[in-house]
Design a protein around this ligand. Structure first.
Ligand code: G6P
Length: 462
């Protein structure tokens, strides 16, 4: 049954929406709008169609906004029971599915799927059903629905049952696990995830590697993909936005401040990440330490600017990892620092303008994830770099498929190899660096977010 609210022609569904509210002590609600590929993608459809973004209320501020009926046009926030959301988001999405796709388990002890997991899984189903019902209620006849990511794997199947008229797509922003790793999930759960996704007309992935891994899982677990189409859309950097944003006054200010902190005549190795287990920040720091240890000529002549922004702090394993990043950075500074040289500048307060300033001045960018769906930092740095920047890139990042040729490529587990790659990147001639940066920027911007989004929409057309 299509209700009166059913007006939207294009719908996006994701756990994290484009806006979030914080609740002030005096009860006021402050809206903060986010960026990213989906935001610019959705804005690209302009007024052509009535669009609606369905997302979760994520904190007290969001929940209060829903209760007060406050919201942005084109956004529908779902106030799902906080305990159900916590189980689905922290318990299943971030501690199980994220871990499986990024191969993060320490397998002698984890995972152990018992009663707690089963209870959390029931919440994950409830949470997915809330999305499916909201989408079914808000979608116009024959509308296109683009469901995002591992939080919502069951939505396509559930929505298909509720509204067979809709065109449903699902896009994975993560890697997809190799089949043997994926099959650590209990058989019935592995089946449910795959069948849920196959409820879509079309599934999108960031690289051919992840799309193939998904197909292999379907063949091994279900015997095939039952006719669902699979496509690859390699999200690129938004060149126009980045180039303009990176030249604004707030970025210039931060550029001067960073230059001052770094000191004159020093090379700069930059990394910018959420403090995320898969980003491999600690091994990156160890590699930098090895560089200083094995090549003393770099002491006093290089600074590692590491921006590691807190993420998923409800999970103990993320809190521990965040502490380890700080500990290792401090240990390097105690071991090698001098009165006028701090080897690692670690910043943990999220500041996009400062990230852009660091991109501009970097001689080397270190992007060494264990696994990563794409990694947009690798694509953004070459676009805004002032003088050219050598990219040290993990072969396990999705971006490797497009950028591998002009990067200094590393195996993310090989700390010695990463240390040597840093040295190679630091000693690359400025002419070569500039040449490579030009080619990296071209490859990185081949599919801007707006086109990435429209391509998916058009591919869903009947
Ligand atoms: C990855 C996921 C996104 C997620 C983001 C931030 O990029 O693919 O779906 O939104 O991480 O993680 P968070 O848990 O803070 O939403």
């Amino acid at each position: 049954m299509v209700s009166e609210q059913a007006v939207a022609q294009v719908l996006v569904a994701s756990n994290r929406g484009p806006v979030t509210y914080s609740l002030g002590d005096d009860g006021t609600l402050d809206a903060k709008r986010g960026g990213g590929g989906l935001v610019s993608g959705l804005s690209a459809i302009g007024d052509e169609a009535d669009a609606l973004w369905v997302c979760s209320a994520l904190g007290e501020g969001d929940r209060e906004a829903v209760r007060r009926g406050i919201g942005e046009p084109g956004v529908r926030m779902l106030d799902i029971d906080a305990a159900v959301h916590a189980d689905a988001y922290n318990g299943i999405a971030n501690s199980v599915l994220w871990f499986v796709h990024h191969m993060l388990y320490q397998t002698p002890l984890e995972p152990a799927f018992g009663p707690e997991f089963r209870a959390q899984w029931a919440s994950y189903e409830t949470y997915n059903r809330a999305f499916a019902e909201a989408l079914a209620e808000s979608a116009a006849d024959g509308a296109a629905v683009l469901v995002q990511d591992y939080h919502l794997t069951l939505v396509p199947g559930m929505l298909r049952e509720l509204r067979p008229d809709l065109r449903i797509g699902h896009f994975s922003h993560t890697p997809w696990a190799p089949v043997d790793y994926f099959r650590m999930l209990p058989d019935d759960i592995a089946e449910q995830v795959l069948r849920g996704m196959l409820g879509a007309d079309r599934l999108g992935f960031l690289t051919g590697r992840w799309a193939d891994a998904f197909t292999e899982c379907c063949v091994a677990v279900l015997g095939g993909t039952s006719g669902t189409r699979v496509g690859v859309h390699g999200l690129g950097a938004d060149a126009d936005f980045l180039r303009e944003r990176a030249r604004r006054a707030d970025v210039e200010e931060r550029l001067s401040a960073l230059r001052e902190q770094i000191g004159p005549d020093r090379k700069v190795i930059v990394r910018v990440d959420r403090t995320e287990l898969s980003k491999n920040i600690v091994r990156g720091l160890h590699a930098y330490r090895l560089l200083l240890e094995e090549r003393p000529e770099w002491r006093g002549r290089v600074v590692h600017v590491a921006f590691a922004y807190p993420s998923r702090q409800d999970l103990a394993v993320y809190r521990d990892y965040t502490a380890e990043v700080s500990r290792v950075a401090s240990a390097i500074n105690s071991a090698y620092g001098t009165d006028d040289w701090t080897p690692v500048l670690l910043h943990v307060k999220d500041d996009f303008a400062r990230s852009l300033a660091a991109y501009r001045l970097a001689d080397v960018a270190l992007v060494n994830p264990i696994r990563d769906g794409m990694n947009l930092v690798a694509k953004e740095v070459p676009v805004v770099s002032d003088e050219g920047c050598a990219l040290v890139l993990s072969r396990e990042a999705g971006a490797f498929e497009e950028l591998g040729e002009d990067a200094v490529v590393v195996n993310p587990y090989d700390v010695s190899g990463t240390g040597q790659a840093l040295h190679a990147a630091l000693t690359m001639s400025s002419a070569e660096r500039a040449e490579r940066t030009k080619r990296l920027a071209a490859a990185a911007t081949a599919l801007p977010p707006s086109q990435w989004f429209l391509d998916q929409l058009h591919a869903l057309a009947p």
